[in-house]
Design a protein around this ligand. Structure first.
Ligand SMILES: [Cu+2]
Length: 203
């Protein structure tokens, strides 16, 4: 009897998996409300790919990124506060282009790792293509269309999200500060901005 029960449970599990019942379900209704798009370009003006943002449900947005022609590996991916992608605009401190896109979107002015504009790092495959899709509730699409707009930026290096474990903590510096330095806290050490796209919100 016990074996029969186990067999029945196993059969049900197979059926559930086979029909996708156990898989996470997407919202039943199609996305409604504003969406947003951007064409991501390098400093030469060559299109690297696109960003799309759509309403996922009442509180979340789905972000989809498709690029090609980038160096393989992880790349920091962020939404920055200004919708200006000028490759001639160079950051005086870091020498990075696209300084015109401003800082990371961070309406709540929280810690770096929690900034709304910090997106999961983009993994670029050996053939230079990167494709990512994820859901975030850290900003509303309408927030991207403020007076100075917003931009998506792809960085040269991986993003550490200012996550420096305490075992790497350095001695206090001249200001008495310990832990991640100002550059890490500001940038996540993601390096130069190699791609930028002005985000256009569609209503
Ligand atoms: Cu960035």
């Amino acid at each position: 009897m016990l074996r029969k029960t186990h067999l029945a449970l196993a059969a049900n599990l197979v059926i559930c998996v086979g029909t996708g019942v156990l898989a996470h379900a997407e919202p039943a209704r199609p996305p409604v409300g504003p969406s947003a798009i951007a064409v991501i370009k390098d400093t030469a003006g060559t299109a690297l790919g696109t960003l799309r943002i759509e309403r996922y449900d009442m509180t979340k947005s789905r972000v989809t990124v498709n690029v090609r022609g980038l160096a393989p590996g992880f790349h920091g991916l962020h939404i920055h506060t200004a919708g200006v992608c000028d490759p001639q605009s160079v950051d005086a401190t870091t020498g990075s282009p696209f300084s015109s896109a401003g800082a990371h979107l961070d309406p709540s002015a929280g810690s770096y790792g929690m900034a709304a504009g910090n997106l999961p790092s983009l993994l670029v495959a050996g053939d230079g293509t990167g494709n990512a899709s994820f859901v975030t509730d850290r900003f509303a699409i309408a927030q991207l269309a403020d007076s100075d707009g917003s931009a998506v930026v792809v960085h040269a290096k991986a993003d550490n999200f200012a996550n420096i474990p305490t075992r790497y903590t350095h001695a206090s510096d001249a200001t008495g500060a310990m832990g991640p330095d100002a550059t890490t806290l500001k940038t996540g050490d993601a390096g130069d901005r190699v791609g930028c796209g002005v985000i256009r919100v569609l209503t």
